[in-house]
Structures are given as C-alpha cells and as structure tokens.
Design a binder for this molecule. Structure first.
Ligand code: GRF
Length: 202
C-alpha cells in the first residue's frame, strides 16, 4: 500500500509509522512526506531516505489555491492512502473530495469529543477524567468523519497540555499503525465517501 503522510510539526507519529514500515512484513510503505510549512518532522523523511515536499500555506493567496497545489503534489506519488498526522490545516473541500475516503487523520481526543486544533487543551480545560486518541476518515467537516479506531487515555490531576499530549501520542501511533495495516490487508474497508465504513471483524 503506497502511503503519503502530511505533517506540520515534529512528526513523532510519522516517525513511528516509518519505523513500522521497516518491517518487511508490514503491508504498507510511505512513498513521500509532505508539509504545509518547513516542518521539523521532514527530517524523519530525510533520515529514512524518503522524498519530501513542502507546499507553504503562506505562499498562496487563498486556502483553495494552496489546496490545489498540495493535491497536485500529493497525487504525483500515486498514493493508495493519504495520512494526515499532525497537519494543522483544514483541507479545502475539493481536496478532501478528491482524496476521500483514502484520506485518514489522527486526532488526540476521543471524537466526537474535543474536535479541532486544540483537542488536548480543550479536554484539560473541561476537567474530564479521561480523553483519548482517534483515527478517522477525513470528510469536509472538522474531525467529523467516520471513526476507524479510538481508545481512551486517562487525564491525571497534575497534567499539563504537554504531559497529557505525550501520553496520548503513543496511543495515537499504535492506532494509526493498526489502521494502516488493516487498510493494507483489506480487513478495514474504507467505504465510498457516501456509504459508512464497514470495518469487518478481525
Ligand atoms: C498529534 O497528536 C496529532 O494527532 C495532532 O498533532 C500531533 C502531532 O504530533 N494533530 P507529531 O507532529 O506527530 O509529533
């Protein structure tokens, strides 16, 4: 399964996926890494000898123009799956429609709880005892797509946004790897954009 990963930040989830791909038995491989800015995480692509590309959001007059450029850059790698892993930009609807349903996103909360760019901070502010991690199919909403996998993560009384996020990320990575494996093996079928997902029991 040919995978393109898009990031904006440190790419710890990307790194975990790249390390898993080292296992020849893992049925997917990352063919390129893209970013909307000079993301630190692009260094992981370099370390793994992978091509990378940057489509800087700030270089375009509109989200749509940026989106069209990003879509063209992604499609040149002919991915079977596009993974958003810490991409901190909303994709324009026409980009989502061009890629979905083979377009998934990791989110550091137990969706539909705490969607959006500050899921960890919002959970902490809400004073909940547990939050979580989720992997979803991207749709044109904000973290509203069908849930492929999710797991609860406890919030501790003395948690900061950072400590809570660092506890969530390992769970996110494991869920992401399991979902990519499931998609590659066909055990997790991504319905067409209109029909709901039908994850077959393992
Ligand atoms: C991840 O928790 C991702 O779900 C969220 O931002 C974080 C990115 O972390 N959108 P990293 O760049 O993978 O370290």
């Amino acid at each position: 399964l040919r995978v393109v990963v898009l990031i904006s930040g440190g790419g710890s989830n990307l790194r975990a996926l790249l390390e898993e791909c080292r296992d020849p038995a893992f049925p997917a491989h990352v063919v390129a890494v893209g970013a909307d800015r000079a993301a630190d995480g692009l260094a992981h692509a370099e370390q793994f000898g992978l091509p990378s590309f940057t489509v800087p959001y700030s270089s375009y007059a509109s989200r749509d123009e940026w989106g069209d450029e990003l879509l063209a850059a992604v499609q040149q790698w002919q991915p079977d799956l596009v993974v958003l892993s810490g991409l901190m930009r909303l994709l324009p609807p026409r980009v989502v429609e061009a890629l979905a349903p083979r377009l998934i996103n990791t989110h550091p909360a137990y969706l539909p709880e705490f969607p959006g760019a500050h899921g960890v901070r919002d959970a902490l502010a809400a004073g909940v005892a547990q939050t979580g991690a989720s992997v979803i199919v991207v749709d044109t909403g904000v973290d509203t797509g069908p849930i492929l996998a999710q797991e609860r993560v406890p919030v501790l009384p003395d948690d900061t946004e950072h400590s809570l996020h660092e506890r969530i990320k390992p769970v996110e990575r494991r869920l992401l790897i399991d979902v990519v494996r499931g998609i590659a093996e066909g055990s997790l079928r991504l319905g067409s954009a209109s029909t709901p997902l039908t994850p077959t029991p393992p």
